[in-house]
Design a protein around this ligand. Sequence first.
Ligand code: ADP
Length: 533
Amino acid sequence: MYWQKLKTYTIPEAEKRVGIILLIVLLLPILAFTVFELSRLNSNEQMIQEIYSNQLDAVLFSVNQYSNDVLNQWANEFSINEEAENIPIFLQQFIDYNPAVKEIILFSFSENNEIKSEKYSLDNNELIIDKSLDSTWQNIVFQEQEVIKKQAEFIKNNYQKIEVFPIERDSLVPMTFALKSEFEGMGFVALMVNTQIFIEDILAPKLQEVTRDKFIMTSFVTKPDKRQTYFTDSLNLDEVTLSRPLWLLPDHYLGIAMKGNNIDKISKARTKQNLYIMLFIDVFLLLAIYLVYRNIRKEIVLARVKSEFVSNVSHEIRTPLAMISMFAETLLEGRVKNEDKKVTYYKMITDEALRLNGTVNKILNFSKIESGKQRFEFFPTDLQLMVDTCLQSYQSQFSINNFEVSFNKKPNLPLVSADKQSLSEAINNLIDNAIKYSKERREIIISTAKKGKFVLLTIQDFGIGIPTEYQKDIFNRFYRVPNHDIHDTKGTGLGLTLVKHIIDAHKGKIELNSALNKGTTFKLYLQPIETDI
Ligand code: ADP
């Protein structure tokens, strides 16, 4: 059927379409924007990092450059004093002025490539000259003779190249250079520099000068263990942002970090903050999209339900009208002679008119509720009496449809505060439904009780039941459980909306208990007039 087709396919399609449109129009741009912003944040951070690390690198470079300058200056002093009359005095003064230089070794290669050397050191301010061969030293020079001899060639071209050999003996590192003219008959000098004193005496003042209040610098060795040899301010090695080898001292490094909140940390914190803001905006937008989608969906469902309602109401009105006109015509034409049959026909006309009246009333009441014009007048009411009256009006229906109905009354039930007309309408709606939605087992049990501070009315049937997933919706206007079996039973989807509204107006509660194919129980909790039974 066209109508069923419309119901089953068109509406979910429409919902899907809305979903897809929202996805394309809103979600995708948001995602694209987020990805773009994230990559921008990332590249910004990288740029800041780069600038920052370049700056740190420059500082480390300047310290290395400075230690090179110191060494060059030392070599220079030797060149200036090449002509000195008393070389031992010069050497003594040199060691004296430069505590980092512990020993000065003068050495040369003889014609048959043997190594001659003299070692000068201070002991109690006295220059000690050791002419015996230091075997470690001899070995180093022997191994490195190619490099050392090249230094002699460089000096002939007025370029003093200084070599630092990565060998540490008793914390002394050799730094060699060649001399233009011989010194005590030797062509090369090796300054044996104590690394720790070099750092403390020569580098420390420079480090203090460059760091000022901005940086913290530290020097450290990596062998045999990683340990700090000096720092300008207390700094853990794992807090070091950037480190570079110290050119002159083997296995020695310089590390640097910014003091306080450095740019690195600030930029990271800013990135993190931006990330959170973006995340928040995204979540917010997603929520907005979800709400828009939900509202549109609701509207779609409402549109569907409304058109279903029109179809249902037309049916609800057309059927009794057809019956009435059919019976009336038959009677009018005088075709029914039998008086009993006539009575049956009159009865049927009356029943159908009542049914029609019921449907129209339901719609009118609903429209009153919607426009807020419904007025209630509360009077002390005997609920059980009211139920009796309702049941009486259903007598013929019960007997035609073979219903077994029982009403278990509670003695001495308090009166309830009720608007008689509307409360009986609510009860009628529930009985109506119990009849409509019962199949094989045609039994209705009604009972009253006192429950807490409420008077309780229970209406139970053993019909088709309501699947759990639809139970929350059945009080919504126009709502009917989407099930083909049920749709064989016509209705407006307004009955329970009215019941809910009426019970709310009575400051009562409705409870629903239903299981598919087992039956449904509605419990109405109403306000009693007296508190004592
Ligand atoms: P209707 O005019 O369709 O009966 P109602 O508002 O009275 O409208 O009920 C809403 C829907 O709840 C019904 O369409 C039906 O699917 C379900 N329902 C209500 N009462 C019962 C019941 N006693 N047993 C099974 N289903 C019920």
